[in-house]
Design a protein around this ligand. Structure first.
Ligand code: S3P
Length: 177
């Protein structure tokens, strides 16, 4: 088996509310692979919620846990679908880990007004407590180049049913093989 025909992880990146968890869990089910959500990994390993970690230890401490969760998910031998928390691209080490993993990395993107509607429902998103629309706009301008840097594919999820997006992702080269 060569590097190119080896089954690879599929990693979904993108801002909060782009559908990484919804689409990722459906894709994993379709492919018969494990689904890994990096926020859930952090909550399971620490026994605390993302919100509690932000409140008690701050964002920097959360980012350390986020990096560990990504590295652990990428190291798993069984190919999985990984929903990477929106902030993973901020650290150069994470971007390098994504590149080195040879995972199929897909950037999910959506229009900001849709993101705001979707993302404010998440209890695990303390960064959106005060000014969700403004914060998401700032994150978009800060991160879009970083998502583009790590992703081999880009999918707009703005007004599409998740099942359609899953169909598109399942057909990408390297995903279902
Ligand atoms: C964050 C995204 C959230 C969560 C935390 C911070 C971010 O995950 O990790 O609230 O900085 O973009 P999702 O992208 O899964 O919502």
């Amino acid at each position: 088996m060569t590097t190119t025909d080896r089954a690879r992880h599929v990693v979904l990146v993108g801002l909060m509310g782009t559908g990484k968890t919804t689409v990722g869990s459906m894709l994993a089910e379709r492919l018969g692979r494990p689904f890994v959500d990096s926020d859930h990994v952090i909550e399971a390993s620490t026994g605390r919620t993302v919100r509690e970690i932000f409140a008690d230890e701050g964002e920097a401490a959360f980012r350390v846990l986020e990096m560990a969760a990504l590295v652990q998910a990428l190291a798993a031998p069984r190919p999985a679908v990984i929903a990477a928390a929106g902030g993973v691209v901020l650290a150069e080490a994470n971007r390098r880990a994504l590149r080195d993993s040879e995972a199929v990395v897909v950037w999910l993107q959506a229009q900001l007004d849709r993101l705001t509607e979707r993302a404010v429902t998440g209890e695990h998103r303390p960064l959106l407590d005060d000014d969700p629309a403004g914060m998401l706009a700032r994150m978009a301008s800060e991160r879009e180049a970083l998502y583009a840097e790590v992703a081999g594919h880009h999918v707009d999820t703005t007004s599409r049913p998740p099942a359609d997006i899953v169909d598109e992702l399942a057909a990408l080269p390297g995903v279902a093989t």
